[in-house]
Write a protein of this length. Structure first.
Length: 392
């Protein structure tokens, strides 16, 4: 039989834009490559022993964990999530929580539920690349909002909204320790954003993977605390381990019902096993203790990185000191194209992620992202020295 229908769907066209393959190929260019691209927790900061213990606890549930069901998530885990959200000032009830396979699935569910062809989604410019491609795959037009060292420039947003041909379906934002810019939206801007979104009738979708890792300054309320009618995406990927694939969406009704239905069709149910592992690992105060320990280790990494940047990067490189999270964003003069610079850097034994990856139209080319979470402290200075060498 000749298979004739091999044409792929237009929905996967944005997936072809993946730049990771190009980066993977660069690893061969140097015998000891230093990789500033990994936004995951460090291997030594994932609580392996506790996760092994939690797995044993999960198996105590016997056959009960080997079935379908629990589409909305393991009940004790949902209760734990409610307590965790309350602790950061974001009120939610267990019947507003849908557990998902990582917040990436949460974003997919939000996109599938809400987007029609041609809808506009506003994102920060720069933003998390997999969010851009995901919303594009749901036929949305993804438009970047202007940012400065404090995140979205909310006073410019009204003008952008006036210029757009349609009211955006939602604003997707990472207000705290943003990926990739490291910026945090201050309280006055949070209020201004919530007010503007309310005035214009635009849903806010807040993605919050990093807020547990604050190294200095006072905690800020999540948008969800200021606007109960917003969607909040959370995850255990950074606080426990990304391989568990356990995250959640918190959404008020009627969105909760839609998200639940879409989740059911997409994946039938959550993994009863890994959601129990996440629950047992996090419960009993362990998560708070573990995060406190990891936070200190990440703070040392951030400080080591910033000190190396002061020492080895030339004066034309500028950056904002992140108060938390995993990332530092570096701006260079307009004439430097960091896609080109990356090729030279890789030959010199270091990889960063160029700014074009993080913009819907890939237009900004003179910046790059450094992720410090997974780099051993001893390699930090050498990695930055190598970048400094290709910049001078
Ligand atoms: C902003 C942002 N959202 C979502 C994700 C994906 O998280 P998860 O592992 O929970 O799917 C990441 C991972 O790096 C991220 O940085």
């Amino acid at each position: 039989m000749v298979i004739q229908s091999t044409g792929t769907s237009r929905r996967i066209a944005p997936f072809k834009e993946s730049v990771w393959l190009g980066v993977d190929a660069m690893f061969d260019r140097h015998p000891d490559m230093i990789f500033f691209g990994n936004g995951a927790p460090a291997n030594d900061l994932m609580p392996l022993d506790r996760l092994k213990w939690a797995s044993a606890q999960a198996w105590e549930d016997g056959l009960n964990q080997l079935s379908y069901g629990e589409t909305e998530g393991y009940a004790p885990l949902r209760e734990l999530i409610v307590r965790q959200m309350a602790a950061i000032g974001a009120p939610a009830t267990a019947d507003e929580i849908v557990v998902v396979n990582g917040s990436q699935e949460g974003m997919d569910i939000v996109g599938r539920t809400l987007l029609h062809e041609g809808d506009i989604v506003l994102v920060e410019g720069p933003t998390f690349p997999d969010a851009i491609r995901l919303y594009q795959s749901h036929d949305a037009e993804v438009v970047g909002m202007e940012m400065d060292k404090d995140g979205i420039v909310v006073e410019r947003l009204a003008a952008l909204l006036d210029r757009l041909p349609r009211t955006p379906k939602f604003i997707y934002t990472i207000p705290t320790f943003q990926n990739p810019s490291g910026t945090t939206l201050p309280l006055d801007r949070r209020h201004a954003l919530v007010n503007l979104a309310r005035e214009r009738g635009i849903l806010l979708v807040e993605d919050d993977p990093y807020s547990a890792f604050r190294y200095e300054g006072e905690p800020l309320p999540p948008l969800r605390a200021l606007e109960p009618n917003s969607v909040y995406l959370g995850t255990f990927s950074k606080t426990l381990a990304p391989g568990l694939r356990v995250g959640w969406i918190s959404a008020p009704s009627p969105l909760f019902g839609h998200f639940f239905a879409v989740k059911e069709v997409m994946s039938i149910s959550n993994s009863r096993l890994t959601t129990r592992v996440a629950y047992h690992a996090a419960a009993g105060g362990f998560l708070e203790e573990h995060v406190a320990e990891a936070r200190e280790a990440y703070r040392i990494r951030r400080d080591t990185l910033l000190a190396a940047m002061e020492e080895y990067l030339p004066p034309q490189a500028t950056w904002v000191r992140p108060e938390g999270g995993f990332f530092v964003w570096v701006d260079l003069p307009e004439e430097i194209d960091t896609d080109v610079l990356l090729t030279k850097a890789a030959a010199n034994g270091v990889i960063f992620l160029p700014s074009s990856w993080f913009f819907p139209d890939r237009s900004k080319r003179n910046s790059f992202r450094l992720s410090f979470s997974a780099i051993p402290v001893e390699q930090m200075a050498e990695g930055i020295r190598r970048i400094g060498e290709v910049l001078t």
